[in-house]
Design a protein around this ligand. Structure first.
Ligand code: NDP
Length: 400
C-alpha cells in the first residue's frame, strides 16, 4: 500500500488515472502531474465523476530533475508511474534515485534527437537501483508489457523450451479520420518508419521498413495484412528466454495509413531535426503532431477491436507444440469505461496492474527489471479482472 504519482496526462495517463482510482484499496493517495496542469485537472474531475475518488494534480516539467525532485519531496510517493514520453525516462529515474522512489514505465528510453530506442540506457541503472533498494519495472504497457508477460506465462506453464516467438498486434478499429495515430504521433511515426529488425539464430537481421508482410488471421476480426517491424520487447525477451531461435513482431497497417505515412516521409514532415521557418526553429514531426488529431480525442467514434497476442512454437515433454495467447479489446467499451480509446486502454490497464503488483509486494525487488522477470501468475489473474481478459489456443496453425 502507498502513495502513487502518475506523470503524463495524455491518452494513457487518462486510463491509468481511472484505473488507479478503481484500485484505491492499494493506492492510498493519488497524484497526477504533467507539463500542462489543466489537462490533469480535466482528467481528475472526470475520474471523480466516474469513481468518486479524489486525485490531486500538479504541474511538472519531467525533463528537469530538480523540478521532479521538488515534487517528489513534497508528495512523497512510494511509486511513480511514468506515462509521459520515452524522452523523460532517464530524468524520472534520476529523480527516483535522488528521492528514494520506485519506478514503472511503458516505453523504453529514446533520445529526442535520434530515433533509436534500446534498453541499454535504462539497464545501466541496475546497480544504482539495487544499491538504493528500489525497484524499477520497465515496459509495463501491452507491447511491451502484456506480450512479455504472455511469453513468461507460456514459458512457465506450457513449454520446456520456446523456439519461435511471433508477437502479433492488430488494430482493426476505425476512428473515421483519414489519418491519425493511436498514441503520441511523434513516438508512433518514429517507431513505424524505422527499419524492420528481428532475431534469428543468435543475431539481429535488419530489413527495409515494411519489406516483409503477410496476411494473418486475427480472432473475431479475420485476415489483416501484417508487417514485420522492430519492437522493443524483442530485445529483452531474447535475453531472458535464451532458447528462442527466432523472435519477430508483426503489426497490421491499412493501405490508407501506409500511403499517408509514405507521403509524410517523402515531403520531410517526419524529420526530427530542426528547420528554420519564419525566423523560428521548428522540428517538422513536432509541428505535424500539433496538426494531427489528438490520439486522446479519438475515442468517441472509435469502433472495432484490437487483438494482440503471442504465437509460440516450442517443445513440451519432448514433443513440438504450438500455442496462441491473445486479448481482444473493444475501443467502444474502453471509451465508455475511461473516456479513452482501446490503444490507450490496453497500455494504461497493464501499467496499473504492474503498479498494483508492486504495491502488494508481489513484484518488488531491488534493481531494474523487464516485466517478464517477475512472476506472471498474479498479473495474469488481474488482467482477467481489470478489463483485459485473455484466451489461449493449443496446437493450432500459427500461420507463421
Ligand atoms: P500523449 O502524447 O497523449 O501524452 C503524453 C503526456 O506526457 C502529455 O500529457 C504530455 O504533456 C506529457 N509530457 C510530455 N513531455 C512532458 C514533460 N517534459 N514533462 C511532463 N509531462 C510531459 O501520449 P500517450 O498517452 O499516447 O502515451 C504515453 C506513453 O505511453 C508514451 O511513452 C508511449 O510511448 C507509451 N505507450 C506504450 C504502449 C505500450 O503498449 N507499451 C502503447 C502506447 C503508448 P502535454 O499535454 O503538455 O504535451
Amino acid at each position: 500500500m502507498g502513495k502513487v504519482l502518475i506523470i503524463g496526462a495524455g491518452g494513457v495517463g487518462t486510463v491509468v488515472a481511472n484505473k488507479v482510482a478503481k484500485n484505491n484499496d492499494v493506492f492510498t493517495e493519488i497524484m497526477l502531474a504533467s507539463r500542462t496542469k489543466s489537462k490533469c485537472d480535466v482528467i481528475a474531475e472526470d475520474v471523480k465523476r466516474r469513481t468518486g475518488v479524489t486525485i490531486q494534480t500538479a504541474q511538472v516539467d519531467a525533463d528537469s530533475v530538480p523540478e521532479l525532485v521538488a515534487l517528489f519531496n513534497e508528495f512523497k510517493p512510494k511509486l511513480v508511474i511514468n506515462v509521459a514520453l520515452p524522452y523523460q525516462d532517464l530524468t524520472i529515474m534520476d529523480a527516483c534515485l535522488e528521492c528514494g522512489v520506485n519506478y514503472l514505465d511503458t516505453a523504453n528510453y529514446e533520445p529526442i534527437d535520434e530515433a533509436k530506442f534500446e534498453y541499454s540506457w535504462q539497464w545501466a541503472y541496475q546497480d544504482r537501483f539495487k544499491e538504493a533498494g528500489l525497484t524499477a519495472i520497465l515496459g509495463c504497457g501491452f507491447d511491451p508489457g502484456v506480450t512479455s508477460i504472455f511469453t513468461a506465462h507460456a514459458a512457465k506453464h506450457h513449454f520446456d523450451e520456446i523456439h519461435y516467438l511471433d508477437i502479433v498486434d492488430c488494430n482493426a478499429g476505425d476512428h473515421g479520420k483519414a489519418f491519425a495515430t493511436n498514441f503520441n504521433p511523434e513516438i508512433n511515426i518514429r517507431e513505424v518508419t524505422q527499419k524492420g529488425k528481428y532475431w534469428e539464430n543468435g543475431e539481429w537481421v535488419e530489413t527495409e521498413p515494411h519489406e516483409i508482410h503477410k496476411p494473418l488471421n486475427y480472432p473475431n476480426i479475420g485476415p489483416k495484412e501484417s508487417y514485420l517491424i522492430y519492437h522493443e520487447e524483442l530485445e529483452s525477451l531474447v535475453k531472458n528466454f535464451p532458447t528462442i531461435k527466432r523472435a519477430r513482431f508483426w503489426m497490421t497497417f491499412g493501405q490508407e495509413y501506409l500511403t499517408h505515412l509514405r507521403v509524410i516521409q517523402n515531403i520531410g514532415m517526419a524529420r526530427i531535426d530542426e528547420v528554420e521557418y519564419n525566423g523560428q526553429k521548428i522540428v517538422p514531426i513536432q509541428f505535424l503532431k500539433a496538426v494531427l488529431p489528438d490520439p486522446g480525442e479519438l475515442g468517441e467514434n472509435y469502433t472495432g477491436e484490437t487483438s494482440i497476442g503471442c504465437r509460440i512454437r516450442g517443445i513440451k515433454d519432448g514433443k513440438e507444440r504450438t500455442y496462441y495467447i491473445y486479448n481482444n479489446c473493444s475501443h467502444q467499451a474502453a471509451f465508455e469505461e475511461t473516456g479513452a480509446q482501446g490503444v490507450s486502454y490496453t497500455t494504461g490497464v497493464p501499467a496499473t496492474i504492474g503498479a498494483r503488483m508492486f504495491m502488494l509486494g508481489l513484484w518488488s525487488k531491488p534493481g531494474v527489471f523487464n516485466v517478464e522477470e517477475f512472476n506472471p501468475d498474479p498479473f495474469m489473474d488481474e488482467l482477467n479482472k481489470q478489463g483485459l481478459p485473455w484466451h489461449e489456443q493449443f496446437d493450432v496453425d500459427l500461420e507463421l
